[in-house]
Design a binder for this molecule. Structure first.
Ligand SMILES: [Zn+2]
Length: 455
């Protein structure tokens, strides 16, 4: 399970469900790899750092050498090392994932009642501020499944102990029993530390209520043999993604396409060579992915981008193409020719395939389409079967560099960066496409690129 506010950033995160098995068993490594593979494809067991979890409030800042280890005596972990994944396990306690998208820092906290009461939240945030210069107003928080006030009944001893403290205000009395509201306590700590309410997302799940999907220790107390193993735990994971760079050659094209296909499906952004300049390729039907393409390019939102399609059939799903226009397109495509066409209306009334092909980042009345003539991009379009964004890999208004190294240094931004780079060094062809307006009776060349068509 993933949280919306943590998605579509350069991070890996998630909470494992019971179906992946216990994250504290002997087979833990298998379970972890299986789960992390379901949310990302760039994770190894040696990159994961675990907190020992002693129901305290110590928070550890990870070093490179902590990968694959269990950090003793701590309930919280912080890292700014890309590729390192922080893990906390839980079965009723509150797993908390934290991300500072400006300074690229992540944290995972084991929010047990005791840890929360002894101040793990303000302690972790203070460390992020002092060590990484994080500003609380930028920080995003994700609250995972935990036992809620509907079921978190306080045992008599705990009740007596807390009765005389200020934490009494988190008591919820119901039918002669006292329950504890962990979320209210955590929320107070986040808000008083300066976190914005809109940046906090709670999954809303109670582990006791939803004990089939998330392990619940209290449920297990009541029904001891409910789970396959004793005292199982699910886990919350968070880590900064590393940008994967793959060198493309004729020999490895199919395996690189496979990785790129998966990246597109996960809403990731790829820098890849095309038959024109390097492009920023992403699923054009994925709203968040297209938004990130704009953020990476620092492009104005109302400036439309072009779309790559695999064939005329796909083009017809997006644009109005009559017989005459089709004839012209058959002359232009495949190749370095972008055609500006009338857009098909994306009305919600149509429950057809057209609706599934709703694309983003395009103009209100027109759409710029192209079937590229490039082995890698053609294969990628074929495999994903989705229109892809076809905009050049450069900052808006700046030149598109020829060599991948120059592109990477131009795009270098802490907050928004592509996820996958397909490297062919300096491609042979490096000219933008020619843009032809086909919306009027007479075709008109809007931009001269590598090839000039006879119209
Ligand atoms: Zn419940």
């Amino acid at each position: 399970m993933q949280l919306k506010n943590l998605q579509n950033h350069n991070i890996i995160h998630g909470f494992s469900e019971t179906s992946f098995g216990s994250m504290v068993s002997k087979k833990r490594d298998n379970a972890v790899v299986k789960f992390l593979e379901s949310v990302s494809h760039k994770v190894a067991v040696r990159d994961i750092v675990w907190a020992q979890q002693v129901f305290g409030s110590k928070v550890h800042i990870c070093k490179e050498s902590d990968g694959g280890k269990i950090i003793k005596g701590v309930d919280g972990l912080i890292t700014n090392i890309p590729g390192q994944i922080l893990a906390v396990v839980s079965a009723d306690c509150m797993p908390i994932l934290i991300f500072d998208p400006v300074n690229n820092v992540v944290a995972a906290l084991h929010g047990s009642r005791k840890s929360l009461i002894s101040g793990i939240v303000p302690k972790a945030l203070a460390k992020m501020v002092s060590r990484f210069n994080s500003k609380p107003r930028d920080i995003l928080v994700g609250i995972g499944p935990h036992i809620r006030k509907c079921h978190y009944w306080l045992k008599p001893k705990t009740h007596r102990r807390l009765q005389s403290t200020s934490f009494k205000k988190y008591f919820v009395n119901k039918k002669g029993k006292t329950y504890f509201d962990l979320k209210k306590l955590a929320l107070r700590d986040f808000l008083t530390s300066g976190i914005q309410k809109k940046n906090i997302q709670d999954c809303g799940i109670c582990t006791f209520c939803d004990h089939r999907r998330y392990f619940s220790a209290r449920k297990e107390e009541k029904r001891p043999y409910i789970y396959k193993t004793k005292h199982p735990r699910f886990a919350g994971f968070i880590g900064l993604k590393t940008v994967l760079t793959l060198k493309l050659s004729n020999k490895n094209i199919d395996s690189v396409v496979k990785i790129a296909e998966r990246a597109v499906k996960e809403g990731e952004i790829i820098v890849a060579p095309t038959d024109t300049v390097y492009g920023l390729l992403a699923d054009a039907t994925n709203k968040e992915a297209v938004e990130r393409v704009f953020q990476i390019k620092k492009r104005r939102k109302n400036k439309a981008i072009s779309v790559l399609v695999k064939d005329l059939k796909m083009a017809k799903q997006l644009a109005v193409i009559d017989k005459k226009t089709e004839g012209v397109l058959k002359e232009l495509w495949p190749g370095a020719m972008t055609a500006v066409l009338k857009r098909k209306t994306q009305s919600s009334k149509f429950k057809t395939k057209t609706q599934n092909l709703k694309v983003y980042g395009i103009a209100k009345k027109t759409i710029a389409l192209r079937i590229p003539d490039h082995k890698f991009v053609k294969k990628l379009l074929e495999k994903t079967d989705k229109p892809l964004t076809g905009t050049s890999a450069n900052i808006s208004g700046e030149p598109s560099p020829a060599h991948i190294k120059e592109i990477i240094s131009q795009l270098k931004d802490k907050e928004y960066f592509p996820d996958l780079i397909i490297d062919v060094g300096r491609p042979k062809k490096n000219l933008p496409s020619t843009v032809v307006d086909l919306t009027k009776a007479k075709p008109k060349i809007l931009r001269k690129g590598s090839k000039i068509p006879k119209l």
